[in-house]
Structure formats: structure tokens, C-alpha cells
Design a protein around this ligand. Structure first.
Ligand code: ATP
Length: 210
């Protein structure tokens, strides 16, 4: 079972890495693929360009077995739609795919391009994120039925099919966001220990987000 972790990663931070590691261990994933998006479909363009976001990701996962970086969205033209990424991954493997989403990202799933098709291509593993509760999900008229039909209680249920289930994984709550990191740098504050040391050094050398 392969974990797919998409994001702008502008920059990658410990709020991405620690929850991903916990999902990797809890679900005994063979790997977690970090896939930085090229052109986000739902938000303003990233501050750092794709090459630098990719370089920071590579530094961040260096030495962690099972953590891999996949640059296919950066190599693709046009907006980066997760459904296209999952379709291309599906052509490469028959293994179950687990799309890792923070609770906030999962809450906005129904606004994604061809969102209904995502669950025919992958499972979804939802990771808690501070500031967002599961109760809010049930207030969404499209997510409520989806959860009622697809939410499974144990990770074992994910192994039974290649796609189609939703599982919620408890992870260490880290109230860290890339937005807050960029803002802190702008204010001249240190973001050390919010990002891996190698990413911190890279940002500092290149005067990122300043
Ligand atoms: P920004 O502040 O620029 O919006 P972000 O910190 O939310 O960025 P993204 O790259 O947009 O990071 O997020 C990629 C994925 O990681 C999303 O699924 C998001 O929910 C998840 N994620 C980001 N930060 C956390 C966190 N602190 N805890 C759990 N999940 C997170």
C-alpha cells in the first residue's frame, strides 16, 4: 500500500513530516510519495518556485526510509489536479493507493476537480489538523453521505480493496502551517525547529520568504 501526499509544500514543514511518518508506520505503508503541485488549482501560486520546493522536499526526506519525492506534477503543464496524478500512478501500480489529506484538505475535497473519481482511484487517509474538527465534516451535505458509506474503523479494511475507503488516522497535533512560516520569516523571526534543519539552512542561504 502506497501513501500519496500532495501539497504545495511552500515550504515543507514538520506538520507535514511527522503526521506522514505516523501514517507510514500505523498503516505499514511500503512508501510515502510526496508530490509537490505545479500550478495549484484552488489557490494563489506558491511563493517559492517548483525547483526550490522540490529541493526543500528532497532535503527534508533525506535519510528517511520509505519517504520518496515524485515530481510528476511539476513536469505536467496546466493546473495540478490530484485526479490526474492518481490516474497516472494507477497506470504504474496495482497496489492500493492511500491519499493522505489533512482534515482541512479533506473538508474541501468536494470542491476538487472530478472529486468523485478520486475514491475510485485511491483510499483517503485523513490526518487530524489543529483548528478543524471531524464534526464540521458532517455538516457538509456531500461529505456526510460519503463518510457514512466509506468510513472504515480499522486500517485492515484498506488492504481489502485498492481504493474507495476513508480512514481517519490519529496523529500528533502540530499547529504548524506554511503560511505561518512564511509570515514569520517576513517579520524577521526564526522558523528553526518548525522545518527540518536542512530546509531551514536552504531557506536562510537563499533568503526565502523574506
Ligand atoms: P499553506 O499554509 O501555504 O496553505 P499548509 O501548511 O497547509 O500550506 P500544504 O502544502 O498546503 O501545507 O498542505 C499539504 C497537505 O498537508 C494538506 O493535506 C494539509 O491538510 C496537510 N497539512 C499541512 N499542515 C499540516 C499539519 N500541521 N497537520 C496535519 N496536516 C497538515
Amino acid at each position: 500500500m502506497i501513501g500519496i501526499f500532495g501539497g504545495t509544500f511552500d515550504p515543507i514543514h514538520l506538520g507535514h513530516l511527522r503526521p506522514a511518518l505516523e501514517v507510514y508506520a500505523a498503516l505499514a505503508l511500503t512508501e510515502v510519495r510526496f508530490i509537490p503541485c505545479g500550478q495549484p488549482a484552488h489557490r494563489t501560486p506558491p511563493c517559492a518556485d517548483g525547483r526550490d520546493r522540490l529541493a526543500m522536499l528532497r532535503l527534508a526526506v533525506q535519510g528517511q526510509p520509505g519517504f520518496k519525492v515524485d515530481d510528476r506534477e511539476l513536469r505536467r503543464d496546466g493546473p495540478s489536479y490530484m485526479v490526474d496524478t492518481l490516474e497516472s500512478l494507477r497506470q504504474e501500480t496495482d497496489a492500493p493507493l492511500c491519499l493522505l489529506l489533512g482534515l482541512d484538505a479533506f473538508a474541501s475535497l468536494t470542491s476538487w476537480h472530478r472529486w468523485q473519481e478520486i475514491l475510485s482511484l485511491a483510499h483517503i487517509v485523513v490526518m487530524q489538523r489543529p483548528g478543524m474538527t471531524h464534526e464540521k465534516l458532517y455538516q457538509n451535505d456531500q461529505l456526510r453521505p460519503l463518510l457514512q458509506q466509506r468510513l472504515v474503523e480499522t486500517p485492515q479494511a484498506l488492504f481489502a480493496a485498492t481504493a474507495g475507503q476513508v480512514y481517519s488516522q490519529a496523529v500528533t497535533a502540530l499547529d504548524i502551517s506554511a503560511t505561518a512560516i512564511r509570515q514569520a520569516v517576513q517579520r524577521g523571526e526564526s522558523v528553526r525547529y518548525l522545518v527540518p534543519d536542512a530546509v531551514y539552512d536552504y531557506m536562510k542561504q537563499r533568503h526565502f520568504y523574506g
